[in-house]
Design a protein around this ligand. Structure first.
Ligand SMILES: [Zn+2]
Length: 276
């Protein structure tokens, strides 16, 4: 089961998140038939998205993260919401470097306008990209270490990571403690594989953690699309337009990139939609 532990550590001055997203990443690999670099890229982005979704406050909160390669040959996009329903997809090839490309984050906490942050990609390491993003766009010192470990058969044996974020006014001593502790997570997938998320809390943070504030969430790969939602998207196109698509192509078909599902509406379906 996927896990996201959240807690405060080091005199409650540093927020800690520990993630095990192995099942989530395996679902993504299966849905999209991913392998190699694509599986790693999407897996790491899904883990980061699970972390950021766990930070949302509003019941309508949602976050999306997109990375694009510089020449536009490849991109990956993930979305999550306050229920920790995480989903994503890869478009094009991820074989080439993303350095010089762009990262875009859209965070909608349900209040006012969504926050849009962007930064240039300076590494193919998702952990580095996200550290740069938090520093440049949100001005919050954040250490991100996420990883995906793949077996020979292409399945994910471990995925997850550790995120530490300094709260305002963190003492120099506690900054140093957090920095030193992060050194243990240079290969986070192996650490998750060995200890599990629970074990990481016990073995690396026992004594430094505020036990009362420790809580556990369960992110999962869940798409929020449905036939009725797709109906809501196509109806504004109008009855005549949709019927003419049916005449030309046999049916109106809409593909959900996140879960690889096709929704098909034939002439009868379209007529029924406008009969309501
Ligand atoms: Zn879907």
């Amino acid at each position: 089961m996927n896990k996201l532990f959240k807690a405060l550590v080091y005199d409650r001055q540093v927020s800690l998140s520990v993630l095990d997203t192995t099942d989530l990443v395996n679902k993504a690999i299966k849905i999209h038939s991913l392998s190699g670099k694509s599986a790693e890229l999407l897996g790491n982005l899904l883990t980061v998205c699970a972390y950021m979704s766990g930070c949302l406050k509003s019941p309508k909160g949602a976050v999306s993260i997109t990375v694009k390669s510089p020449e536009g040959s490849g991109s990956a996009s993930v979305s999550g919401d306050v229920d920790l329903h995480i989903r994503g997809y890869v478009d094009g090839s991820c074989k080439h470097t993303f350095v010089g490309g762009a990262l875009t984050v859209i965070k909608d906490d349900g209040f006012y306008r969504p926050f849009v942050g962007a930064c240039q990609i300076e590494s193919d390491d998702v952990s580095r990209i996200m550290c740069d993003y938090f520093r440049q766009s949100e001005q919050i010192p954040t250490a991100v270490s996420v990883g995906v470990k793949l077996a020979e058969d292409g399945t994910c044996t471990a995925a997850g990571g550790v995120v530490m974020q300094l709260l305002p006014g963190t003492s120099e001593e506690n900054v140093a403690k957090a920095e030193e502790r992060m050194q243990a997570f240079t290969d986070p997938a192996s650490v998750i594989e060995q200890y599990g998320a629970d074990g990481v809390i016990r073995n690396f943070f026992d004594g430094d953690i505020d036990q009362k504030g420790l809580y556990l969430l369960h992110p999962d790969y869940i798409c929020n699309c449905s036939r009725s939602k797709i109906e809501g998207i196509i109806v504004p196109l109008g009855r005549d337009e949709l019927l003419s698509v049916c005449d030309e192509q046999g049916a109106v078909s809409v593909h959900c990139h996140y879960c690889n599902t096709d929704y098909t509406f034939d002439k009868d379906d379209i007529l029924k939609l406008f009969d309501k």
